[in-house]
Structures are given as C-alpha cells and as structure tokens.
Design a binder for this molecule. Structure first.
Ligand SMILES: [Fe+2]
Length: 205
C-alpha cells in the first residue's frame, strides 16, 4: 500500500489572490506529486515500511535502511510537509487563533502579534529553502522554529501545527524574490480552526 496524494480540500484558485492558481497548480500537482513519487519509489526497496505512517518514518530516520534514508528524509519530508500545508489553509482562513491554541500562543509569545513576528523572523531568516513552523513539543508547549530543505520537525520530536513553505517554488511565480510579501499574504489563508485541531489532538503515531 503506497502513500497517496490527498485531494486538495479546495479549488486551485480558492486561495486567490494570496496564493495564485498557477502556483498552486505546480506546487500541488508537480512538486508535491514528485515528492510522493520519489518517496514511494524509495520505499519499494523496503516495502515493509509502507505499514508505518509518514510521521513515524520521519520520527526515527536512524531506523530507516541506509540505502533509502536520505530519500525518505527529503521526499518523505516534502510529502508530509505539503500535506500539512494544504490542510491548514482555507479560503475562509485568516484572522487570529482562538480557543486553547490562542491561550497557548499568548502564554508562550505574549500576544498573537508577537507570535506572528516570530514566524516572520524565522521565515525571513532562513537562508535558501525550508519552512518556518509553529510546532508542539512533547510536553505540549509551543515553539516557533525553522527547518532547512525538507528536514522535518518530527525528526526532532516536534509535531508541526502550521508552517509556511519558503521554498521559492511556493511563491516565485507571483512574488518573485519578495518572500516577506508572500509570508504577509499567507496569514490571510491560515485555517486557525484546523491548526487548533492539530494542537489539541495531534501527535506522532
Ligand atoms: Fe513546497
């Protein structure tokens, strides 16, 4: 049973004008699909690993046979991170976190505005490709951090709640080199209800 590309939960143009349809078409249809294809191709060499979840595979890379470890790290990370990315955006997104997630954000960062600044600092401070994340630590507390390439928070024992993709493929067609402008616009499509569900229920399993 190989891994599959979940359908996008909205149309390709649903996140316009913040994320344009052409970028979505390539990002979901080509980049995400390619990570998935390469992950499945690697796992075909050790098909017993198909019974593990993608989070589980990434959470203990040392347990992955060495001949496919790098492929699983890079393509498994790319596959998993884009699953999280699509699932935590919505055409009805934007605004601020509510409920238990808002309480945790305020407790950790002081305010929602201060939290946003931390994410933006992580996103703009990442040289080259990667992600800026809000993740949950094993003790349930929150952390803003950045990972390079497709290195996964779960490989560091962190559960990613929401992340902004700062690979150029995520924004170059519309924003060219203007990463800061892209991140500013991304806030308008974050689905805080979905992020709160991940905060309350999410775990590596
Ligand atoms: Fe991406």
């Amino acid at each position: 049973m190989s891994f599959e590309l979940a359908p996008l939960p909205y149309a390709l143009d649903a996140l316009e004008p913040y994320l344009d349809a052409r970028t979505m078409e390539f990002h979901y249809g080509k980049h995400h699909q390619t990570y998935l294809n390469n992950l499945n191709a690697a796992l075909e060499k050790h098909p017993e690993l198909f019974k593990l979840s993608i989070e589980k595979l990434l959470s203990d890379l040392n347990a992955i046979p060495e001949d496919i470890r790098m492929a699983v790290k890079n393509n498994g990370g790319g596959y998993f991170h884009h699953n999280v990315y699509w699932a935590t955006m919505s055409p009805k997104g934007g605004g601020e976190a509510k409920g238990k997630l808002a309480d945790a954000i305020n407790k950790t960062f002081g305010s929602f505005a201060a939290f946003k600044q931390e994410i933006e600092k992580a996103a703009l401070g990442r040289f080259g490709s990667g992600w800026a994340w809000l993740s949950k630590k094993a003790d349930g507390s929150l952390l803003v951090h950045s990972t390079p390439n497709q290195d996964s928070p779960v490989s560091d024992g962190l559960y990613p709640l929401v992340g902004v993709d700062i690979w150029e493929h995520a924004y170059y067609l519309k924003y060219q080199n203007r990463r800061a402008e892209f991140v500013q616009n991304w806030w308008n499509v974050v689905d805080w209800a979905a992020v709160e569900d991940r905060f309350v229920e999410g775990q590596i399993k």
